[in-house]
Design a protein around this ligand. Structure first.
Ligand code: DX5
Ligand code: ZN
Length: 239
């Protein structure tokens, strides 16, 4: 397990940014105090000659990450909502992604290979789970020689920004935090000033926030509020 201290990481979700001005939006968020930039990658994959998608939406892929990387040194926290993450490890590594988080629902058979490849390409591996997936499903990925370094607990159904936070997901966060005091636990979906205290109290330390940050006239104030709430809950025993 990771031994470094658990820190607050505030990650504005660029899904809510103006994609036509991605570089300046990224720069703006970093200047407002963002630690990470959350990049939602949704693509149609080919599986056994059929076209599939993991979520009913399309966003960006490796070419956009590569373009953005030319304009920022920020940590690019990539969330892969795809059916076959292994297909994208190489290209995202080359594009300059920092974190590579794949979904456990599509990786039960090959997660070990996926994690190994992610590390080989110089990225940090994370695993995500949908609201309907039990927390126990990620336990195997946190044990053994090659564990993931972050768990992303989805607090909405993946696919779109601007949805309502599902409070029941906090049971998963609490269970995970009790079992893994030093793990990076990320929450994604519906996070903002009205939901952050609940997520922070449950033990989340990496906070993705799209519409609440980009939709506010003072994004810097929202980022700072999210950070303060997480810092208040980081117990000394997490460090
Ligand atoms: C949804 C994405 C989220 C989304 C969050 O599938 O994973 O990252 O951008 O947006 P908000 O914060 O608006 O719920
Ligand atoms: Zn996301």
């Amino acid at each position: 397990m990771p031994t470094t201290a658990v820190e607050a990481k505030i990650a504005p979700s660029m899904l809510s940014s103006d994609f036509a001005n991605l570089a300046s939006e990224a720069e703006r968020m970093v200047s407002f105090g963002a630690d990470w930039l959350h990049m939602d990658i949704m693509i149609i994959d080919t599986v056994d000659f059929y076209l599939w998608h993991f979520v009913p939406n399309l966003t960006i892929g490796a070419p956009v990450i590569a373009s953005l990387r030319k304009h920022t040194k920020a940590y690019l926290d990539c969330h892969l909502m795809v059916t076959n993450p292994l297909d994208y490890v190489d290209q995202l590594g080359k594009a300059g992604a920092s974190g590579f988080t794949f979904h456990v629902e599509v990786s039960k058979d090959n997660w070990q290979e996926v994690v190994k490849e992610i590390k080989l390409k110089g990225m940090r591996p994370g695993v995500a789970l949908k609201p309907g997936t039990p927390i126990e499903d990620v336990y195997p990925l946190l044990e053994g020689e090659n564990p993931v370094e972050m768990v992303l607990v989805m607090t909405v159904e993946p696919g779109f920004g601007g949805q309502k936070f599902i409070p029941d997901m906090m049971n998963k966060v609490r269970t995970l935090r009790e079992k893994y005091p030093k793990l990076d636990i990320e929450v994604d979906g519906g996070l903002g000033p009205s939901t952050i205290d609940e997520a922070a109290a449950a033990g989340a330390n990496c906070i993705v926030a799209g519409s609440s940050v980009f939709g506010d006239p003072e994004p810097a104030r929202v980022i700072s509020l999210l950070r303060t709430s997480v810092n208040k809950c980081l117990k000394p025993n997490f460090i």
